[in-house]
Design a protein around this ligand. Structure first.
Ligand SMILES: Cc1cc2nc3c(=O)[nH]c(=O)nc-3n(C[C@H](O)[C@H](O)[C@H](O)COP(=O)(O)O)c2cc1C
Length: 271
């Protein structure tokens, strides 16, 4: 078995954690943040025998930057392809969408799996998990990771029905077309009176939407938002808000994720 390349995107560290664990379990494996490529680069992956995509589910499908990236990826022959999604638990159409992109190169996924992880979406009234609940989830995804890694190492096909979804979304493939068109439309954001003007939200934003104006963050309406929630969840003052939706809710980032790791996804790749 040759080298494994894992292309990842993360807003708050859940997907990065899965990618990190894969690297440890698989061995000869390189993690590459998709944001380290600029939009015009044509990417070739010569040399890898396994290629994986790791990403969160947003609104039942792929994050916008991951969709764009896969469209730009030129994949050589005889490569084993896998996709690992992290989500809170809804059914989704991300794997179908990836396959419809790969079809243009006569390829399809060999393995797909979704890990149920804590929610990073403060729009809804999510309850912070207790330590016991977090531990139980962790134990579950660790077991799943071990079994997934074995399959990747043996290049086994694994495209079973999504049995771990805890909420079925009806007509998910139809929804995908509707939602993907509004996937990068900006949400109405502001910083409340707790904002100390530290600029972390500006630095962590993967789509570079946020601007600091007179010491306060501004989210221009005409700039793209990937909806990753990093600006909301990494604000230590809980001052970043989506109007009328997040003011009374908690925040979440993966316990091992640092803001520097999220920011460094944007560092240009030296090849
Ligand atoms: C805007 C938004 C939409 C989301 N939509 C879904 C969804 O449709 N289904 C789901 O199961 N999880 C959904 N989630 C939860 C995330 O997929 C989940 O928490 C993920 O593990 C976050 O990964 P990250 O920490 O790598 O960014 C959504 C999160 C956000 C911020």
């Amino acid at each position: 078995m040759g080298k494994t390349l894992i292309y990842y995107f993360t807003g708050t560290g859940n997907s990065l954690h899965i990618a990190d664990r894969l690297k440890v379990l698989i061995g000869d494996c390189e993690l590459i943040p998709i944001l380290s490529y600029d939009d015009t680069t044509i990417i070739h992956n010569d040399g890898a025998t396994q290629i994986g995509f790791v990403f969160p589910i947003y609104m039942t499908t792929l994050p916008v930057p991951m969709r764009r990236f896969i469209k730009r990826l030129a994949i050589s022959e005889q490569v084993y392809l896998f996709a690992l999604a992290t989500r809170i638990g809804t059914t989704h159409s991300a794997f179908n969408e990836i396959n419809s992109i790969l079809k243009r190169q006569n390829k399809k996924l060999d393995l797909q799996w979704s890990f149920n992880m804590p929610s990073n979406d403060p729009k809804f009234d999510f309850k912070s998990l207790t330590e016991d609940q977090m531990k139980a989830l962790e134990n579950k995804w660790e077991l799943e990771l071990e079994s997934i890694c074995l399959k990747i190492l043996e290049q086994k096909p694994f495209l079973v029905k999504d049995s771990t979804a805890n909420r079925k979304v009806p007509f998910v493939n139809v929804l995908r077309f509707m939602l993907s068109t509004m996937g990068s439309k900006p949400q109405k954001m502001y910083s409340d009176l707790n904002c100390i003007g530290c600029g972390k939200c500006e630095r962590v934003c993967p789509s570079r939407r946020i601007e600091m104006i007179q010491g306060r963050p501004v989210w221009p309406e005409d700039k793209e938002c990937y909806r990753c929630s990093a600006c909301l969840n990494f604000c230590e003052m809980q001052a970043s808000q989506i109007s009328g939706m997040t003011e009374n809710n908690g925040r979440y980032a993966h316990p091992f994720a640092t803001i520097e790791q999220i920011i460094s996804q944007r560092d240009p790749r030296n090849e």
